[in-house]
Design a protein around this ligand. Structure first.
Ligand code: FES
Length: 286
């Protein structure tokens, strides 16, 4: 089969279809999360808030493969874990760190085996990210270890403005060394698996924090809501924001794969109205 008439993108660029070609520099697995450092065209990182995501096509970014290779037809979401502006790099490209907490998926497995220099096709950034008041000084990050990298941009923003950060990890065993090395020394980290101890930790964190960002599985959201009620008597709007578990597939509100239940009994599409939601909109006052 002859494909020599096609130009294979081998550098970061904007694709003709409005997507982005980004090129892998490193792949890393930390605490069960895949982290990809990518070179990307300049000008997009200003929109790349924590909690926003890209949808990646798990196929070579050649016109032939894009048109004919449907081995992995659905795009996979990658969350923003960090970025560096093009001004910081002599080659004029931005650096993005993108992450997913899910490794047991054929598409993510494909991404994890990308070699440095290989390019992939992304659309995004999409969705609504975390939005805390700029004066937030005490921030708690709450989640399973594999989900914490998706909250990392919040951590750095808070430390940069002189604030403090507490990280609560819902996990058994010892703290993952790779994850600890990703977290700045100034960050206080606690890890707990026991239900009762975990609830106590979350309550204490909520009492201490001005704001909390959570990235937990769906069944943990009720525990968060209970802790928020225990500390503040009610779930106050704007204090706790959650990156929810949702199946992000199309990113445009069309397929309904990401339907998420709300406290008012309705459902919403996490891809366009989330995937970050205020806890008050996910759980009622109780
Ligand atoms: S991912 Fe398709 S509607 Fe949300």
């Amino acid at each position: 089969m002859k494909h020599s008439q096609f130009t294979v993108p081998d550098h970061p660029s904007l694709a003709d279809d409005g997507g982005v070609i980004a090129c892998v520099e490193t792949t890393q697995i930390v605490a069960g999360a895949l982290l990809l450092t990518m070179a990307a065209p300049a000008g997009l990182s200003r929109d790349a808030l924590a909690g926003r995501y890209f949808l990646v096509r798990c196929v070579e970014p050649t016109p032939w493969a894009q048109a004919h290779d449907w081995t992995l037809p659905l795009r996979r979401p990658l969350f923003v874990a960090g970025w560096r502006s093009s001004l910081a790099d002599v080659d004029g490209f931005e650096r993005w760190v993108l992450t997913t907490p899910t490794l047991e998926d054929a598409g993510i497995g494909w991404l994890a085996t990308r070699k440095p220099g290989e390019c992939i096709h992304l659309i995004g950034p999409l969705g609504n990210g975390f939005a805390f008041p700029p004066r937030t000084q005490r921030l708690a990050l709450i989640g399973e270890p594999s989900r914490i990298p998706a909250l990392a941009p919040l951590l750095h923003a808070t430390l940069d403005q002189g604030g403090s950060v507490l990280v609560l990890l819902r996990a058994a065993g010892a703290l993952d060394k790779g994850l600890r090395s990703l977290l700045p020394f100034a960050v206080e980290v606690h890890q707990e698996a026991d239900d009762t101890q975990w609830r106590t930790l979350v309550r204490e964190a909520m009492a201490w924090a001005d704001a909390a960002a959570a990235a937990v599985s769906t069944h943990e959201i009720s525990a968060l809501a209970e802790a928020a009620r225990g500390v503040r008597m009610r779930i106050k709007q704007g204090v706790v924001q959650c990156l929810v578990d949702a199946r992000l597939v199309c990113g445009y509100g069309a397929c309904l794969a990401c339907l998420t239940p709300l406290a008012n009994g309705r459902w919403t599409r996490a891809c366009v109205h989330g995937p970050v939601f205020d806890l008050a909109s996910l759980r009622s006052e109780g």
